[in-house]
Design a protein. Structure first.
Length: 310
């Protein structure tokens, strides 16, 4: 039997979120044939074993250590047999047959359209970042505060997390890694996820390579999916420095790879000015944030507790 969609989910101690995600997939998806490939990044909460017991038809793969989001997804793809790949976070919830809607869109689209994604929303129905423009030094410069001078242009052409103020499908720069439907042959053609990214910016880098190869990626705002996500702050309300460090590391890998080594210096410089100008707005240690910003990428360790992308 030919499989339409291979759903790849990376798990790391996701517990009840993952169970709810899988139940929503089975309850809502009616219009396509699919398989689910669960890649576990050495979870310690028993979630992988419990899911394998509750959902025996799932293909379960357990890594001996936390390999990160990119590598785990690539492992899942190596076991996929579907025409399309759907990368989903374990904290995604479907309310209707969103997978079929995305599948039908790509089936009817021009071959230049390689991927699509849904409009993500938070549990309260508010908008969650679903797409963005590719990061540039001008965007980094604008984020110091200058974007207020050209807000409309910034939102349309520069912002890596713009508002979704349109209702018809349209091509965008990158799609959020929380839900991506992509042609499997194209994904493999461009080399899959770059495993230098432990987590964050791996989706941006993937879509940048798609763009350079002449493909388009579309957001479908009429298709809505709930993304529970994770907070910027830790459980006690303090700033999540480990998340910030990992995002900074990935950002500078992206700039070095796609814009050259010199761009990393300027990206860090602009980030420094941004931190200085906004220190009063956020509750963080400026000294610690600056130290993280200027650490060599090799010194920013990948948190072993993380493995599925928030």
């Amino acid at each position: 039997m030919t499989i339409d969609v291979s759903i790849v989910i990376v798990n790391f101690n996701s517990g009840q979120y993952l169970k709810n995600c899988l139940e929503s997939i089975y309850n809502c998806t009616k219009g396509v044939s699919f398989e689910i490939i669960l890649v576990d990044n050495a979870s310690t909460d028993g979630s992988f074993e419990k899911i394998r017991e509750d959902f025996p038809s799932i293909c379960g793969l357990k890594n001996k250590e936390n390999l990160g989001f990119s590598a785990a997804n690539n492992i899942g793809v190596s076991h996929a047999s579907g025409k399309y790949l759907l990368f989903l976070n374990p904290d995604i919830l479907l309310a209707d047959d969103a997978i079929s809607a995305m599948y039908q869109f790509l089936e009817s689209a021009d071959n230049r359209v390689a991927a699509c994604g849904a409009r993500l929303q938070n549990r309260d129905g508010s908008y969650s970042v679903s797409f963005g423009n590719f990061p540039t030094l001008f965007q980094q410069f604008s984020d110091i505060g200058f974007r207020a001078l050209y807000k409309r242009y910034y939102d349309r052409k520069l912002s890596i997390s713009p508002p979704c103020n349109f209702m018809d499908p349209k091509p965008v720069g990158y799609l959020s890694g929380a839900d991506i439907l992509i042609r499997k042959d194209v994904f493999q053609k461009i080399g899959g996820f770059d495993e230098r990214y432990f987590m964050y910016y791996e989706d941006t880098d993937l879509f940048y390579r798609l763009h350079k190869a002449g493909y388009q990626s579309w957001l479908l705002p009429q298709v809505s999916i709930t993304h529970i996500g994770s907070a910027t702050n830790d459980a006690d309300g303090s700033f999540n420095y480990s998340k910030y460090a990992l995002m900074e590391k990935s950002k500078y890998i992206y700039f070095a790879k796609n814009h050259g080594a010199c761009s990393v210096f300027w990206a860090k410089t602009f980030q420094t000015f941004s931190l200085l100008f906004h220190v009063g707005k956020f509750h963080y240690s400026l000294k610690k944030m600056l130290r993280i910003t200027w650490l060599p990428s090799s010194e920013v360790s990948s948190p072993r507790r993380r493995g599925s992308r928030p």
